[in-house]
Design a protein around this ligand. Structure first.
Ligand SMILES: *Cc1c(COP(=O)(O)O)cnc(C)c1O
Length: 381
């Protein structure tokens, strides 16, 4: 079976992890700050915090923007459930903004309309979580202008997009947002097995996120009580969590990040081959113009004439591990129980009904990719 996504680990990665295993610190050593610095160097964001998953990072992003009970957060229905869950975990209400049918990212026009209405109804969100779907950046310039007008914070769920670019900057630079979040799950651009990161250009946000990721406990805040203000002093000032990444994972991340430019180059080459190989089939492909901007976490197609379920089944039977990204979040039982209904976000639902994600990962061979293209051509002809 050719999987839809797969990590690539080489001897350098293995040695990096083994080195840490032989060292004194398995966690809270030097590898974590080194990985954080490498992420800042790569994205040009000023500050970063690495944590044990992107889900944790999204939760921290919400908490460090002060999202709490009584607040509203908006996101897109075409994402992994964690984007929406993070706001729920922080106590907020969630709502969705439909997608643009071409980019599959949050629709800036619909966002503008919804913001204007929310302003009238006094129900503006505290933050929006935008998702760079498949690795392609949202229209951040427009979104940043819009949200600024209403004082709405922006979190970029950039889990698909490490290595992608937007208007000449690396995604994650936070040039048009308050916070960006990455995932290092094995199917993403690079892996730490499990892991994630919070990036920001705000000192206040990173300090808050760092504190909350470590139990809300700090050794840096001087105690006023002289009995506490001792050499061993540590103080809990907030209700925090343990979201730390270990040095084993961080060492793997440092090693993987060095290969990221090569991984992205390979993904772009594969995307180009799909564009060339699939262009005459009755499919809606991604926009070719995005070839050198997207990080190509996914290569998604939309079936214009064929039944998606049948094509899915035939591809699986032929040994091609296609997948569907995503079931609209508001269709999930948990969100239906909150009152969302089928039909609420039409573009997302139309897209969901037609889409398949084809295999794309750095080590996929030309032979494997040709098999995908040939099989799909046979099924659709
Ligand atoms: C993978 C992913 C997440 C969650 O990442 P984890 O590191 O597995 O917690 C969140 N949002 C999106 C868009 C993702 O693709």
């Amino acid at each position: 079976m050719i999987p839809y996504g797969k990590h690539h680990i080489d001897d350098d990665d293995v040695n990096a992890v083994v080195d840490v295993l032989k060292n004194q610190f398995l966690t809270q050593g030097v590898k974590v700050p080194e990985f954080e610095q490498a992420l800042c160097d790569f994205t040009q964001a000023q500050y970063s915090l690495v944590v044990n998953s992107a889900t944790s990072a999204l939760h921290l992003a919400c908490l460090s923007l002060g999202v709490t009970a009584g607040d509203i957060v908006w996101t897109t229905p075409i994402t992994f459930v964690a984007s929406a869950n993070s706001a729920r975990l922080a106590g907020a209400q969630i709502d969705f903004v439909d997608i643009n049918p071409i980019t599959h990212n949050i629709c800036a026009d619909k966002l503008a309309t919804k913001l204007a209405l929310a302003k009238q109804e006094n129900s503006l969100p505290k933050a929006i979580i935008v998702v760079h779907f498949a690795g392609l950046s949202c229209d951040m310039l427009t979104i940043a202008k819009l949200t600024k007008k209403y004082n709405v914070k922006i979190i970029e769920d950039a889990c698909h997009a490490l290595g992608g670019q937007y208007l000449g900057s690396m995604i994650g630079s936070c040039q048009y947002s308050d916070i960006s979040v990455f995932s290092f799950h094995p199917v993403k651009s690079i892996t730490t097995a499990e892991g994630g990161a919070v990036l920001t250009n705000s000192r206040v946000i990173i300090d808050k996120a760092r504190l909350l990721a470590k139990h809300g406990v700090s050794r840096d805040i001087p105690a006023t009580d002289p009995e506490l203000n001792q050499a061993w002093c540590y103080q809990q000032t907030e209700l925090g969590l343990n979201y730390r990444l270990s040095d084993l994972n961080a060492a793997l991340g440092i090693s993987q990040l060095k290969k990221l430019p090569d991984f992205v180059k390979r993904r772009r080459l594969q995307a180009q081959r799909y564009f060339e190989g699939l262009q005459s089939l009755p499919l809606q492909l991604p926009e070719f113009e995005t070839l050198h901007q997207s990080a190509w976490h996914l290569y998604t197609i939309e079936l214009l004439e064929h039944d998606r379920g049948e094509v899915y089944q035939q591809l699986i039977e032929a040994g091609i591990g296609v997948n569907v990204h995503y079931i609209p979040v508001h269709w999930q039982p948990y969100y239906q129980a909150l009152g969302f209904q089928k039909g609420d976000f039409e573009n997302a639902e139309t897209y969901y009904r037609r889409t398949l994600s084809l295999p794309i990962f750095p080590t996929m061979t030309a032979k494997e990719q040709n098999k995908v293209i040939e099989t799909l051509t046979r099924i659709l002809s």
